[in-house]
Design a protein around this ligand. Structure first.
Ligand code: CU
Length: 280
């Protein structure tokens, strides 16, 4: 309890001071120009009817809707943006860009996000890491600013609540300062050996570049029973800040995954992170 609170407060202070530096230096360019290959197109079979619409808006010729899986929490999330004509038929020739900003009242800041992936049929996938939750009485919270066909800018308020347990945690590092470590495993997992994915982003003023030169060492253990598991594999870089490894949950129950960042065989994270997982 106490440590969670501590992480929140220290993260908030870090963000506030960063945002202050940002506004003082006035480096006003928050666009990620990195248009590399899409991270993955595995989501190409997304069925919009299974998603939850959280916002929409109607323009002169188009309707733009924002969908999520269930709801948004402070972690690595996938958002879907759909562009249709006024009758609801997909607009296939649209050009879409976006960024995310958190308005905290006195300050605002960005967060890590990836260029949109065109899934076809007017549907776009946007991967965003919400490094904190919206806070009551502190500004408008997270906003997604979409730019349609390089002319219409649309702002959508995003309801981002606290992820419990935490899935995106900042940690100090030797070379990259504060690094946001995001676990992409669901809150509940099944027994057995399975892939485990992370993303790593650092904070450079108001930019959040992905980090590729790490190894994410994982050690699952059961705190109530005092044992771990064999045959785990550290998560290694797949590019664009994405990491993949293998984790083995040998029985049902309450597990914790200890996480440390390594670089060139040396431990470079300043403290060990712990991600709780319920295995059913
Ligand atoms: Cu914030």
């Amino acid at each position: 309890m106490k440590s969670v609170y501590f992480v929140k407060v220290s993260m908030l202070l870090g963000i506030a001071s960063m945002a202050l530096v940002y506004s003082l230096t006035g480096c006003g360019n928050n666009t990620q120009t990195d248009e590399k290959n899409p991270v993955d197109t595995a989501g190409a079979m997304v069925d919009v009817t299974t998603l939850t619409k959280i916002a929409d808006t109607t323009l002169a010729q188009n309707k733009v809707s924002v969908f999520v899986q269930d709801s948004l929490t402070s972690k690595n999330e996938t958002i879907y943006i759909q562009v249709t004509d006024l009758d609801g038929d997909p607009t296939t020739d649209a050009h879409l860009d976006y960024d995310v900003v958190m308005d905290m009242g006195m300050v605002s800041h960005g967060g890590p996000y990836y260029p949109p992936v065109d899934l076809g049929n007017g549907l776009y996938k946007a991967e965003v890491v919400f490094i904190m939750a919206n806070m009551n009485d502190m500004g408008k919270g997270w906003m997604l600013n979409a730019v349609l066909n390089k002319k219409d800018t649309l702002s959508f308020l995003l309801p981002v609540s606290e992820a419990t347990p935490a899935r995106t945690i900042p940690v100090g590092t030797k070379d990259d300062g504060r690094v946001f470590v995001s676990l992409l495993l669901p809150d509940e997992a099944k027994t057995g050996t399975q892939p485990i994915d992370f993303t790593l982003h650092k904070m450079d003023h108001n930019h959040f570049p992905p980090l590729d030169n790490y190894t994410v060492e994982i050690e699952p253990f059961m705190p109530d029973m005092g044992h771990g598991s064999p045959n785990n594999k550290a998560a290694t870089s797949k590019g664009d800040g994405h990491y993949s490894g293998m984790i083995n949950f040998t029985m049902k129950g309450h597990w914790k995954i200890k996480v440390n960042l390594f670089k060139g065989g040396e431990k470079v994270s300043q403290e060990e992170l712990e991600f709780p997982v319920e295995v059913r």
